[in-house]
Design a protein around this ligand. Structure first.
Ligand code: MG
Length: 386
C-alpha cells in the first residue's frame, strides 16, 4: 500500500486517518500523503497563509524587519507544537496544520484591529478571530473547483476553532457541539493552543526588549524570566547583553516545553484514553502545564499585557488602527460598490456587513493603510513612534 498513514508511531489516543471524521465534501484519499499532511499542505498553499507575512503580531510591519509577524509567529508555534507532538506520539502533521492555520482569521493590526472590527460588527453578530480562521478555511479561500474553502478534515477544523461564543457554537453543527457539551477537542488541538501561548509569551519578551519597551529589570518581576536569567548570568558572567537575553529566552521555552511534555504524560497515564473519542469525552484538557509552571506562564502573560500591549507606544498605534478599520468599514458600508465583488453584494444588511468584515479581515496591514488613504484621503501612521 502506497498511502502514508502515519499510524506506526502514533499513540492510540492520537488522531489518525482511520478514525477521522472526514471532510465536509468527500474526496478520494491522497496517494502518498496522510489526510493531515494534505490539510497542512493546503494551508501552506493558501492565500490567507501568505498574507500572514504582512500582518502585525504586536509590532506593525514597518517598525523593523526583526520583529515577529503573524507568519513567523505561526512558524514558531508550529515548531514548538511539532516537538511536543513527536514526544507524546501525537499526530505531527495534524498538529502542524492546526498551528499554521490558527491565526489565519486575524485582522490587520493585531488585537487592536480585531477589537475595532468586532465593535464595527456589533449589530451584525460581532467578529471573532477564531471563528474567522474557520471561515477562511471553510468558505473564503477560493482554490478548488469542487468545493469552497480548503475542505480540511474535521480534526483540523476542530483545532482551528479554539474558542467560540455559545451563540455562534449553536450555528456550527457538529463542530460547535463541544462548546455546548463542554467537551474537549483532540490532543493535537489542545497542544497547538498551548504552543501558541509558549511562542507568544517568549517572543514578545524578545521583541519587547529589542524595541526598548520592556527592560530586563522589569522582567525580573516574573519568575519564569528571573530564574533562567540568574542562571545564565552566574554561568556566563561576561556574556554580551544580546546573547544573555537569547540564552535566557531559550531556557524559558525549554522549561515550558519540558514541563508541558512531562505533565501531559502524567495526565495521559492517569486518564488512559484509548482513542480520540475518549479524549473528547474528558471534562478537562489532558495537554497541560504543571500547576506551578502554568501559573508562571499566566503571570508572564499578565505582565506582557500590562507592560507591553498597554505600553503607550503600542496603544497609540492601536488607536490609529481603530480609526483605519472603522473608517474602512463605514466607507464600504455606505458605498458597497467599493467592494471588489460588487456583483455579489448582498441586499440584506447583516450579510453585507459580514461580507465587509471578511474583506477587511483578509487585508494586510499595508493594504488596509493604502485603502484607507485612498477612500478617505486620511493619512495615518501606525508605527506609534511618529
Ligand atoms: Mg497565535
Amino acid at each position: 500500500m502506497n498511502r502514508s498513514t502515519d499510524t506506526g508511531r502514533l499513540a492510540s489516543y492520537a488522531a489518525n486517518d482511520a478514525s477521522s471524521r472526514g471532510r465536509q465534501f468527500p474526496e478520494p484519499p491522497p496517494l502518498y500523503r496522510s489526510e493531515y499532511q494534505r490539510d497542512r499542505d493546503r494551508i501552506i498553499h493558501s492565500t490567507a497563509f501568505r498574507r500572514l507575512m504582512y500582518k502585525t503580531q504586536v509590532f506593525v510591519y514597518d517598525e523593523g524587519d526583526l520583529y515577529r509577524t503573524r507568519l513567523t509567529h505561526s512558524l514558531e508555534v508550529a515548531q514548538i507544537a511539532r516537538s511536543v507532538a513527536v514526544a507524546l506520539q501525537l499526530n505531527e502533521p495534524l498538529t502542524e496544520a492546526i498551528a499554521l492555520a490558527h491565526d489565519l482569521g486575524h485582522t490587520p493590526f493585531g488585537h487592536a484591529g480585531q477589537d475595532a472590527l468586532n465593535e464595527a460588527m456589533r449589530d451584525y453578530g460581532g467578529f471573532e478571530h477564531n471563528l474567522q480562521s474557520l471561515r477562511v478555511v471553510d468558505l473564503l479561500e477560493e482554490k478548488y473547483a469542487e468545493f469552497p474553502g480548503l475542505n480540511l478534515t474535521f480534526e483540523a477544523r476542530e483545532g482551528i476553532l479554539k474558542h467560540c461564543s455559545l451563540a455562534n457554537a449553536c450555528q456550527l453543527g457538529e463542530l460547535g457541539q463541544r462548546f455546548l457539551d463542554r467537551r474537549q477537542p483532540g490532543l493535537e488541538a489542545q497542544l497547538a493552543n498551548l504552543a501558541d501561548e509558549i511562542a507568544y509569551n517568549n517572543h514578545d519578551v524578545d521583541d519587547g526588549l529589542r524595541a526598548g519597551l520592556l527592560s530586563v529589570e522589569q522582567l525580573q518581576e516574573t519568575k519564569l524570566f528571573r530564574q533562567p536569567f540568574a542562571e545564565v548570568q552566574r554561568r556566563y558572567p561576561r556574556l554580551p547583553a544580546r546573547r544573555l537575553i537569547h540564552e535566557t529566552v531559550r531556557r524559558m521555552i525549554n522549561r515550558l516545553i519540558t514541563d508541558l511534555i512531562e505533565q501531559s504524560r502524567t495526565n495521559l497515564n492517569a486518564a488512559a484514553p484509548a482513542s480520540i473519542e475518549d479524549v473528547r469525552a474528558q471534562s478537562a484538557p489532558l495537554i497541560t502545564f504543571s500547576k506551578t509552571v502554568g501559573e508562571q506562564s499566566r503571570t508572564l502573560s499578565r505582565f506582557l499585557r500590562q507592560h507591553l500591549y498597554y505600553h503607550s507606544q503600542v496603544r497609540r498605534a492601536a488607536e490609529n488602527a481603530d480609526q483605519v478599520i472603522k473608517g474602512l468599514f463605514s466607507a464600504y458600508f455606505k458605498q458597497p460598490t467599493l467592494l471588489p465583488n460588487t456583483s455579489t453584494t448582498a441586499d440584506d444588511t447583516a450579510a453585507r456587513a459580514r461580507q465587509i468584515a471578511d474583506y477587511i479581515a483578509g487585508m494586510t496591514d499595508r493594504f488596509a493603510l493604502r485603502e484607507y488613504q485612498r477612500l478617505t484621503g486620511g493619512s495615518v501612521s501606525l508605527s506609534g513612534t511618529a
